[in-house]
Ligand binder design. Structure first.
Ligand code: NAP
Length: 250
């Protein structure tokens, strides 16, 4: 129960990895705050989790909207007096080769995947600094290393790596750790939306031969958000079944 008295805020918790991270923390702490842009998927899994009652509170809104983020953080602080852990998980893909990416899809991917985490970090840092305590974990993607068909997404996640490393330097002296978890191919609604051909191709590139699960990511997030990782900051932990090690040539 290492998170027993911690207040946790997780974005994009309606499904997939975010829901997995939320379930993990809900087993260990009494104060989990969840953000998602749609109420239906979030409320649907929460109502099926009897343990959620009195533990999880939901804020429905868009992580790219500064007013929504600031007011959400304000109301959590008014109730709890602190936010100990922030997990920036909300993210989207709009995949295409460079000539097929509309300016709108470029902007949307950058806004959700990079501006969103910036707004959340900006909102929680003053309270964390006051308490001289905070853990920020950003969900990156192995694609930040480069991935054909995902230049917008890779650029957004590469930007998130830079944000993570820079905030680690800015905030270390205030007792705030900022790290990233970089998932590989994880079984979520996002990857279930890919064509079967693409999914099979990605599985062939997977050293483990199988996809990861949201819980695999949640375990890594929990470690980086814990005091066991108190001397780790500015790091990106790849949780990808070995895919970031190189290309499988046989
Ligand atoms: P997912 O299944 O699509 O879930 C993402 C959640 O974020 C959804 O509930 C989505 O809501 C929500 N969301 C999207 N835009 C939002 C916004 N503007 N404000 C608030 N919430 C928003 O995705 P996932 O696979 O769990 O991915 C979670 C994170 O892991 C993302 O950052 C993704 O880039 C990263 N990641 C995933 C994989 C993978 O293989 N799955 C690999 C590497 C990295 P709606 O869907 O209802 O719009």
């Amino acid at each position: 129960m290492e998170f027993k008295n911690k207040t946790v805020l997780i974005t994009g918790a309606g499904q997939g990895i975010g829901a997995g991270i939320a379930r993990h923390f809900m087993r260990e702490t009494a104060s989990v705050y969840l953000i998602d842009i749609n109420s239906e998927p979030l409320n649907s899994w929460l109502t099926k989790s009897p343990s959620a009652a009195g533990i999880a509170e939901v804020f429905i809104g868009d992580v790219t909207q500064p007013e929504f983020i600031d007011s959400t953080v304000e109301s959590i602080l008014a109730k709890e007096g602190k936010i100990d852990i922030l997990v920036n998980n909300a993210g989207i893909i709009r995949d295409n080769f460079i000539t097929g990416i509309s300016a709108e899809d470029w902007d949307n991917v950058l806004r959700v995947n990079l501006k969103g985490p910036f707004l959340l970090c900006r909102a929680v840092v003053p309270g964390m600094r006051e308490k001289n305590y905070g853990k920020i974990v950003n969900i990156i993607s192995r694609s930040w290393l480069g991935n054909p068909g995902q230049s917008n997404y890779a650029a957004s996640k590469g930007g998130l790596v830079s944000l993570t490393r820079t905030l680690a330097l800015e905030l270390a002296r205030f007792g705030i750790n900022v790290n990233g978890v970089s998932p590989g191919f994880i079984d979520t609604p996002m990857t279930r939306g890919l064509s079967e051909k693409v999914r099979q191709h990605l599985l062939k590139l997977q050293p483990t031969g199988k996809m990861g699960q949201p819980e695999d990511i949640a375990e890594a997030v929990a470690f980086l958000a814990s005091d066991r990782a108190q001397f780790i900051t500015g790091q990106i932990l790849h949780v990808d079944g070995g895919k970031s090690c190189g290309i499988l040539s046989f």
